[in-house]
Design a protein around this ligand. Structure first.
Ligand SMILES: O=C1O[C@H](COP(=O)(O)O)[C@@H](O)[C@H](O)[C@H]1O
Length: 246
């Protein structure tokens, strides 16, 4: 497991800009090595901002979008057309990139014809042995990642893809990858902005327990990056942000 690197940016827009530049470069690197790039996407405000930019910049990049797979780290178990969904709005934003539909893997929705448990199981099967090259994650103000919430059964339930009930953040029913799958990604990149996330960032980077702060137990096999804006980094010890390394 990798240690984390902190990358400080001025504000949320700068985080989104940096993310897109890094992501495009990493995908090209993977494809140059003959690989299909397997990306796991996150929901959340800053991700939405970044996907807008990715759609615009990605079209003129060297990326072969025919050799990219999209997966999701978590999803709200609501109808496909609900504004609460993580995947469908992102898929719509990224449509200009022309990623083949069979390479886009949203988690099931309530209109998919199965209940929550079967939906989580179906995604586990679809995922099979996929290992992500890059897993993007947000961090909630409470320290949650994907739909793994602090001191909640989701943060210690065994399995790879779990059904989440009574989520402290609405909507209450969700599907989430667990840390077993997330931490098997080659690289985990956190995108975090805003003063409301500062305490959670500090607790996660100072390695609080993963049940108390799921973000604290999350890291990639080869690399973990924390792309933070100044507000989100405000409660980190100064030496850590100055060195940029943990
Ligand atoms: O509910 C969720 O929240 C987190 C964080 O979202 P944000 O808007 O506070 O950045 C997100 O990472 C996760 O995918 C989502 O389902």
């Amino acid at each position: 497991m990798s240690d984390g690197s902190v990358l400080l940016h001025a504000d949320a827009d700068a985080v989104a800009e940096a993310l897109v530049a890094r992501l495009l470069a990493r995908i090209v690197e993977l494809q140059t090595a003959g690989r299909v790039a397997r990306l796991c996407l996150t929901g959340g405000r800053i991700a939405t901002r970044a996907y807008q930019r990715l759609a615009a910049e990605g079209r003129n990049s060297a990326v072969d979008w025919g050799r990219v797979e999209l997966w999701w780290g978590d999803e709200r178990f609501v109808p496909t057309d609900s504004e609460d969904r993580n995947a469908e709005p992102a898929i719509a934003q990224l449509a200009p990139l022309g990623i083949p539909a069979e390479q886009i893997h949203p988690m099931p929705a309530t209109d998919g014809g199965t209940g929550l448990d079967d939906a989580a199981e179906a995604y586990d099967e679809e995922l099979g042995g996929t290992q992500f090259d890059v897993c993007l994650l947000g961090l909630g103000p409470d320290g949650h990642v994907a739909s793994l919430f602090p001191e909640h059964p989701s943060s210690y339930e065994p399995g790879r893809v779990i059904a989440v009930r009574s989520s402290p953040k609405p909507p209450p029913e969700r599907i989430s990858l667990t840390l077993e799958v997330i931490n098997n990604a080659a690289e985990v990149w956190f995108l975090v902005s805003g003063a409301d996330k500062a305490k959670a960032v500090a607790l996660a980077l100072l390695r609080t327990g993963p049940v108390q702060v799921p973000g604290a137990g999350t890291r990639g096999r080869d690399r973990t990056l924390w792309l933070l804006d100044r507000e989100a980094a405000a409660e980190l010890p100064a030496d850590l942000t100055q060195r940029g390394l943990l």
